[in-house]
Design a binder for this molecule. Sequence first.
Ligand code: BTN
Length: 254
Amino acid sequence: MIYPKNIKLTIERLKEVPSTNSYLAELCKESKAKEFHTIIADHQTAGRGQRGNTWEAESGKNLTFSTVLFPTTLEAKEQFYLSMTIAFAVVDALGSYTDGFSIKWPNDIYWKDKKIGGILIENELEGKFISQSIVGIGINVNQEAFHSSAPNPVSLIQIIGVPIDRKELLNKILRGIMGGYIFLETAYSQAVPNIRQLYTQKLYRKEGFHLYRDKEGTFLAEYQNVEASGHLVLKDEQGNLRRYAFKEVEFILP
Ligand code: BTN
């Protein structure tokens, strides 16, 4: 099926900006951004992460960028399919350099037990549909040492030992996002099982029992499901299903 909207990728490169997500949100407010308008910055002075955290990245070494989507078919209650699409595109692009990347629910990007990247998706709603989605992605690329409080960072250069062309990685990720997103937009019911399968295949700790912590304490559980809403379902050692929204459960890392 032909995509009904005329998508043209435009990339705006900035030396420094507080946050590419915030900058792009301002452009959208002023109706100055078309779909897939992408902002990439060498340095963010106030990069934002999930849960109100900051996102720190050494200037000129990493990938910090945002792009905007204006979905037409995506209901808020199934918004996690977009998140799955984005996370898979990132992991798939990284997988072209080496093995070992995965998605830690909901959409942290991991290499083994370390975090190499994060995704911050900020949606706007019109009725029950998502009308605008600003997708912000931060990947540790050529940064060789980490001094922030982030617990377990790793970068691509630390993994493969040579510097990576950031432009090439950006293009791989954007191409992947475009492919998945157009699939979702044009053939939603075929795309959903496909995207779910790709995401699940890449999930961190998708097999076996692992340690988690919720408000009741620490427990061992195995992965069961991620719902369209984004809830994670775990099965504990007693066979009980435990369902969590983002922030309600923590992975205990080795
Ligand atoms: C996380 O906490 O894991 C999400 C991090 C997202 C960081 C990216 S960097 C580009 C974009 N602009 C921001 O301010 N945040 C996102």
